[in-house]
Design a protein around this ligand. Structure first.
Ligand SMILES: Nc1nc2c(c(=O)[nH]1)N[C@H]1C(S)=C(S)[C@@H](COP(=O)(O)O)O[C@H]1N2
Ligand SMILES: [Mo]
Length: 171
């Protein structure tokens, strides 16, 4: 009689332990997805997050207005972007970053991935993170406000202009 009660208790503890493990695994998986947001850019080195950039952070940096015509598969589109130099943004996190890394992998919320060389970032008037077009906040993938996009002023095509930025991985 006593043994049966002990066995039932053991079984209950095992079930509870399994549930705790399942909940923890799902929480971890959700956390991985929750890390990706269009209203902030994670600056990473491998899996380490070195800093976070938001539109508010970029607005504290010297603003540049960039008129440009972007060539895309859907034709040419005219823009009047507002943004900050990517170099200024990196320097605001750590002035050593542009010296210690050689390239940057850019990722969007849709997993669109591209890259820029640090030598391009160091060139004057070239690589920007923009947050507005004709004075209006850039639209997110879901049509909200507050997206950020990389533009490369000296590129004639738009393929590398990663939109809906979620992370910049330094290599
Ligand atoms: N996140 C994300 N950024 C992206 C793309 C994309 O599919 N996803 N397409 C690229 C391409 S191929 C071009 S030409 C430019 C401009 O595309 P658009 O005029 O459709 O915005 O965005 C680039 N940035
Ligand atoms: Mo494109």
């Amino acid at each position: 009689m006593v043994n049966k009660v002990v066995d039932q208790k053991k079984a209950l503890y095992i079930v509870i332990a399994l549930l705790v493990i399942i909940v923890a695994v799902f929480a971890f998986l959700n956390r991985e997805n929750g890390d990706l947001q269009e209203d902030q850019i994670l600056i990473k080195s491998g899996d380490t997050v070195l800093g976070v950039l938001t539109v508010a952070d970029l607005q504290k940096l010297p603003a540049a207005q960039k008129k440009m015509v972007v060539q895309s598969t859907s034709g040419m589109t005219k823009h009047e972007f507002t943004g900050a130099l990517l170099l200024d943004a990196l320097n605001s996190i750590d002035p050593g970053l542009s010296q210690n890394y050689t390239r940057i992998i850019t990722r969007g919320i849709d997993s669109y991935t591209s890259g820029v060389e640090m030598s391009e970032v160091l060139r004057p008037n070239n690589v920007f993170i923009v947050y507005a077009d004709y004075g209006k906040p850039l639209k997110t993938k879901t049509g909200g406000e507050g997206a950020m996009q990389i533009i490369i002023y000296q590129d004639e095509f738009g393929q590398r202009f990663t939109n809906f930025l979620t992370s910049l991985e330094l290599q």
